[in-house]
Every structure is written in structure tokens, then in C-alpha cells.
Design a protein around this ligand. Sequence first.
Ligand code: CA
Length: 503
Amino acid sequence: MPKVRCHWCVVILLGLLWSNASFAARPNVIFIMSDDHAYQAIGAYGSALNTTPHIDRLAAEGVRFDRCYVTDSICGPSRATMLTGRYGAHHGVRDNYTEFDGSQTTFPKLLQRAGYQTAMIGKWHLGSEPTGFDHWDILPGQGKYYRPDFLSPAGKREEPGYVTDVITRLTLEWLRAGRDAERPFALLMHHKAPHRPWNPGVDHLGETAARTFPEPATLRDDYATRSAAARDAEMRITQMRLSPDLKTWAPDDGHRQWLYKHMTAEERAAWEQRIDPRLAEYQQLNPQGDAKLRWMYQHYLRDYLECIAGVDDSVGAVLDYLDESGLADNTIVVYTSDQGFYLGEHGWFDKRMMYEQSLRTPLVVRWPGVARAGAVETRIASNVDFAETFLDAAGVEPPPEMQGRSLRPLLTGEPAPDWRTSFYYHYYEGRQRDHAVYKHEGVTTGRHKLIRFYPINAWELYDLQADPQEVANKYGDPAYAEVQAELTAELQRLRTELRIPAP
Ligand code: CA
């Protein structure tokens, strides 16, 4: 009998050793996401507008993805896709007005089950409360830029300060003292910035005031070759509001008063000094026509890019913590946005459309020992792949209903002959909601793109090599008949494969 007991002791001991070893070997995950951060505004993506030294450092130490496409270029649907690894037709969030059904399988739940500690800090924007997290502390709804409310299982409270800084502080607090240091963790730090109305923190407020930003080639797009969809969309820079979007406001302006009410005296003094003079400047210039477009574009970019400077600081603070704590070598760090954004291309701000600037989201992944340092990957990745990538890192088998694939081969650079060469997109929110963009679906190969705005039965076809600005619709052009037929068939094939009902 003693012999048998001893045998079991060894088995248990070995089991414990193995589980500890496997915990130690499994990498941590820090998934940083911002809201509406265009790749055109990231140094590592060749930005002509700004520098982002900390995101660039991640790119230099990891892989930059140049074709990371979102399944639906809008906040809620995109977030639900990242959590579930599924398209909107299946996770159910097809617009920003639908609550996420939190009983679904998500990667945080599966990681939690596998022994990971899971935490979600910052913008959630899915209506229902988070599920699958040991710790969550989120902005209710869109959240506020100054003195934001936070919602946690303990209830709602206010936090003084600027939202990006508060999210960073709460993240570092959890990393330093809120977790069990013996177990791997997956932390989602999701920023509100640089979402509309683009309110920067005071440490960056006004720092771009003396700059003049280059204008994109399509700022004055006349939509000449396209369907009615581009013309009918209401997201032109000239359709922005002088207040609050462009902060051209009088002292009694309601938006100004509401914003300033949430500031400390110091924050308010900085805004009064650096932002309030805009109204006098605008009145003095009294810009009309093209001068007004130029004025609006420049001020839009100032506010937007100053918000991003704060997000980049946050990335730097997290990377510093990983270096100081010794965790850097065993932690995957992802930087992405919930979708891309227009910075004046086609005359627009916002997203939704399947054109490149909003279809493509920035994605940078540092994964020591796996991701090639400084590599640029052009194979087609997607936010539908994130869940399975994290599961793969943790050694967890993905459930069959997930529709993406681990990005591991794209990170290591190994060939993956059966990797996707086309991608299906579907924007569901529709014209009745914000910005009047028609519902549409489409397919892209990275070289060619077919879009169908189905409520008006309008088709567009682009040759992204000959026409990277997407201003020449080739649908119906005999020279593109073959491409058009191939993409039309591919659209149908992908819809069937992904089990998405025909619209
Ligand atoms: Ca967004």
C-alpha cells in the first residue's frame, strides 16, 4: 500500500509541476484597442501627419499588418466580432443599437476556463455588462472624455481626469496589484480616444496648433464614377458641426458648458486658453466654400491627432511596465483599433464604407519568440481572427463556430498555402441611422474589390493597384468583365461558406 500511495504522490506532484510549468510557459496577452484610430495616423504605417513612437516601437519589435480588414466597420459590431470570432450575422450585433448577448462563447471566457485571469478596462460599448472577465471596469456607453464615469460590478462612479490617462492608470493598477502573479493573464485595455468629438487631454492640447497638415488627394472627391451611396452619405468634413466637433463655440454654448463642467480648474483654464480663441479666429476669417473645407479639415486633424498622442503615451506606459516587471518576454502585446477612419479621404470623416481607410484597421502584434521583429505582413488578416489567435497562444482549441483563424503563420512568416485570399464584408446599420450610409456587402482580394449597396441595387468595382484612391468605379467596364464575374462568384461563395443569409 505505501508503494501505491507514493506512486500517486509522484503523479500528483508531477501534475502540479506540469501545470505550473504550463502556466509559466503560456504567454500573457495585452490587447490594446483604441476607437476610430486610422492607420494613416500611425508613424509605423508611414503617416504624413503625426508620429507615434510607442506604437512604432511595437511595430519594430513585432509584425505590422497592412491588410487587416474588419467584418463591419463600426464600433459595436466590430467589438462583438473580436470577442466571439464570428461575423455579425451570427453574434447578433449588426448595429450600434443592439445589445450584445453575453451568454455567447467568447475568447475571454475560454481563456478564463483555461486558467487565465481576464480583465477588461475601458470602452466596452456593447450594451450588456461584460461576461467572462475576472475583473471589469468599463465606460458606460460611449463614455466621457473628462471626469468619466466607470461601471464595475461594484456600481458606477466618477473618476477625475482625462479618460485615456484614467484607463491607463486603472490598467497599471490592475497589472501591479490587482492580479495573481502566479497565473497568466489576458488584459483588454480599450480606449475611447480618438472617437468623435475628438477632445484631447491637456498635456497634448494645442500642440499641433502651428502645423498645417497635408490634404489627402481625394479631399475634394466628386464621386463622379460611383453609385449614389458615396454622394448620399452624410459624413463629409463640411457636414461636421462647428460645435462640438470643431469646438468653435461661444461661452454660453451648451456643449462647451457640459464639457467644461466635468473639468478641473486647471483643465478648464487650458481649454479656455488654447481652444476658446477658435471662435474669434473663425469669425475673423469667415471662411466660405473651399476655404471653409480647408479650415475644418485642419482643425479636425489637430484635435484628432492630439487625442492619438495621448493613446500613444498610454501604449508607452504599458510597454514600460512590461520592461520593468520582467513580463515583456512572455507577453503578447496587440495594438489595434475597432476599425479604420477617414481623415479627409473622399471628403469624409467617420467609417462604415468598404473603401480602404475604414475597411482596414491598424494591427501591430509583438509576440516574443513568435512574431518576426519589424516585419510587414500583407496577407489578409481580420478582426475575426483575433479570438482564435489568443486561444492558440494559450493552447486552447477554438470552438467550431468561430470563423477566423489564428494569425500565427502570418506572425512567424511561415507559408500557409490555404490562407484566405479573399475577404467578405457586410455593413448592416443602414441609412436610417447615423451618417446615412446604405447597407452593403462586398468582397476584396486586396487587389480588386466588389461592393454591392443592396438597398439601391448599386454595384462598384475597384482595381486597387491601378486606382489605390478608389475613385474609378469599373463595374460594367468590359475590360474588367472577367474580374467582375470572378468577384461576383466569390461574394456568393464566401457568403455561403460563412453561412450569412443573402441580403
Ligand atoms: Ca469605432
